[in-house]
Design a protein around this ligand. Structure first.
Ligand code: TEU
Ligand code: CA
Length: 541
């Protein structure tokens, strides 16, 4: 992996919710360009843009209808070129989202594929109905709906592991991979520095036989991390990526450490980094809709497993699919500020590349919506329909969806205390969180003790510390709301102490303070509520 991928900090932008400049209520590329200097000031070196391509927005851009163009809602190709040029001038690299498991049903390939004698007939996974007219197998979708839809024109069913409007591409047809190579080169030639590869572990379907009985996702065993998937990634690496100064990070749903090692093994040449999910499952039973109390013990175990399994990790606590971390893993009420800073201490003291999601750096919280009607996300809506079909009452459905909905992280970015948080002068496409007068970038920029200023400090601390960047990871404690680990590099070490509870906590360590989220310069062995501290050459007392 290139050195710059290890040393830089990544910032994820969800363009629809970042900054609207033309007043239509939808974030846009000129809006992003206008905010690049602020991201530079924060210390960001790489930006990952969630999809910016034309899309009917069944899944907000993750349903692409043209891979080599810009969604007119976001601007033009000239706006994209301007963004790339401004970023380059600031030495910020831009990484795009590569969504190649599926396209939109409005993509030209799919429309042509509906005719059996077209050149595109085998671009997607089409199968005839069963003799009784039913779908070809018993698989279920990621989005709580059927994963086969019958197309009248073609007279067959097509497979979609996500929404109906996201038909899966057929990688058994070599032409599909040729198309993918072409579109990757198109963007790399424009100067993008790599890709975040959407649901990349499930692109190859090795059989369409019925799936085993499981609680959810029937059929998973037929398409999760098949050998051909590894071959495809290797081909893309050798034939495309190797020619450019770029990197890839895979969104590897259901990855195990063993799978992760194969995917990121440099000798095999597939991906540079992967996103694992285990630490995101520390507050749920089996599926995200069944929330339970977050456990530091489970978090510690998940982190230790992944930190030690892979040579290098892609570390994150938030993205556009996950609820906000501050309320989820800590406290977004009385201890909001301390909690956000403590989680920042965690994120930047792990071994790997840190990924910050827009708004995380100011401690943005989950939405304050009160009813399903205020949501936009297809996943939440489908889930509600499914729960309704099980006759669950409305209050219970809302209770299950509220805490897990992806819209929690998709409310507009809170820039300042003016109307709509400075996100738009029009009507925002999704409601702004009512706490924007308290939580916003402008007020935090001017406050050296704000959450954002702490992120800035922490980014500098990491940049100056080889131990924090490259050191090994060893879990020392994860009991009763306390997380302690050691990072060691060339005979030097740092101890990270994190208090996940709202009470003071004696920890039995001493050392020189590198940084404390409570702003302390001396450490007396007692953590304050939700405090995070990094000690240089810390020792047990
Ligand atoms: O997410 C894949 C994925 O696994 C999620 O759908 C996950 O199951 C869910 O969000 C958990 O709440 C990727 C993208 O990140 C997501 O935004 C897309 O909707 C999805 O792929 C389809 O492209
Ligand atoms: Ca706009």
């Amino acid at each position: 992996m290139k050195q710059w991928c290890k040393d830089r900090v990544v910032y994820q932008i969800y363009p629809r919710s970042f900054q609207d400049l033309n007043g239509d209520g939808i974030g846009d590329l000129p809006g992003i360009t206008s905010r690049l200097p602020a991201l530079k000031e924060l210390g960001i070196g790489i930006i990952w843009l969630s999809p910016v391509y034309p899309s009917p927005n069944a899944d907000n851009g993750y349903d692409i209808s043209d891979y080599c163009a810009i969604n007119p809602e976001f601007g033009t190709m000239a706006d994209m070129d301007a963004l790339l040029a401004t970023a380059a001038a600031l030495d910020i690299k831009i990484v795009l989202d590569l969504v190649i498991n599926h396209t939109s049903d409005e993509h030209e390939w799919f429309q042509k594929s509906r005719e059996k004698d077209s050149d595109y007939a085998d671009y997607y996974i089409w199968r005839p109905a069963k003799p009784d007219g039913g779908p070809p197998n018993n698989w279920t979708s990621f989005f709580a709906e059927d994963c086969w839809t019958f197309d009248e024109m073609r007279g067959e069913y097509y497979l979609h592991l996500f929404a109906k409007k996201q038909p899966d591409l057929n990688y058994a047809n070599p032409k599909v991979l040729e198309e993918v190579k072409k579109l990757m080169r198109f963007w790399l030639d424009k100067g993008v520095a790599g890709f975040r590869c959407d649901v990349i572990t499930i692109i190859w379907k090795s059989s369409l036989a019925d799936g085993e009985k499981r609680l959810f996702l029937h059929g998973l065993e037929h398409y999760l991390a098949r050998p051909e998937m590894h071959e495809i990634l290797h081909t893309l690496h050798e034939e495309v990526l190797a020619d450019y100064d770029c990197f890839t990070v895979g969104e590897t749903v259901f990855a195990t450490p063993a799978m992760g090692r194969e995917l990121t093994d440099e000798a095999r040449g597939e991906l540079d980094m992967i996103f694992s999910f285990e630490h995101m499952e520390t507050d749920q039973y089996l599926v995200k809709w069944l929330k339970r109390r977050f456990s530091v013990k489970r978090l510690g175990a998940a982190l230790a497993r992944w930190q030690n399994a892979l040579e290098w990790n892609a570390n994150y606590l938030e993205n556009h699919d996950q609820p906000r971390s501050v309320g989820r893993f800590a406290n977004d009420k009385k201890h909001w500020e301390q909690s956000a800073k403590m989680l920042c201490t965690l994120l930047f003291s792990l071994r790997g590349t840190p990924f910050v999601y827009q708004g995380e750096e100011i401690g943005m919280t989950n939405f304050d919506f009160t009813a399903l009607e205020q949501l936009d996300d297809v996943e939440s809506k489908n889930m509600d329909a499914l729960l309704r079909s099980w006759h669950l009452p409305k209050w219970l459905r809302w209770r299950m969806i509220r805490k897990s909905s992806r819209d929690n992280a998709r409310t507009p970015m809170q820039w300042d205390a003016s109307d709509n948080a400075g996100f738009t002068t029009g009507t925002p496409w999704l409601g702004v969180n009512g706490n924007y007068r308290k939580i916003n970038v402008e007020s935090q920029m001017n406050d050296p003790f704000s959450v954002r200023s702490y992120y800035k400090d922490m980014i500098q601390v990491r940049a100056c510390s080889e131990t924090l960047r490259y050191g090994t990871f060893k879990l020392l404690d994860s009991k009763r709301g306390l997380l302690v680990y050691e990072r060691k590099f060339e005979g030097r070490h740092a101890i990270v102490l994190l208090n996940f509870r709202g009470r003071k906590r004696a920890v039995g360590y001493a050392g020189q303070v590198v940084i404390s989220s409570a702003g302390r310069e001396m450490f007396d062995g007692v953590l304050l509520p939700y405090e995070g501290v990094i000690l240089n050459e810390g020792v047990r007392t």
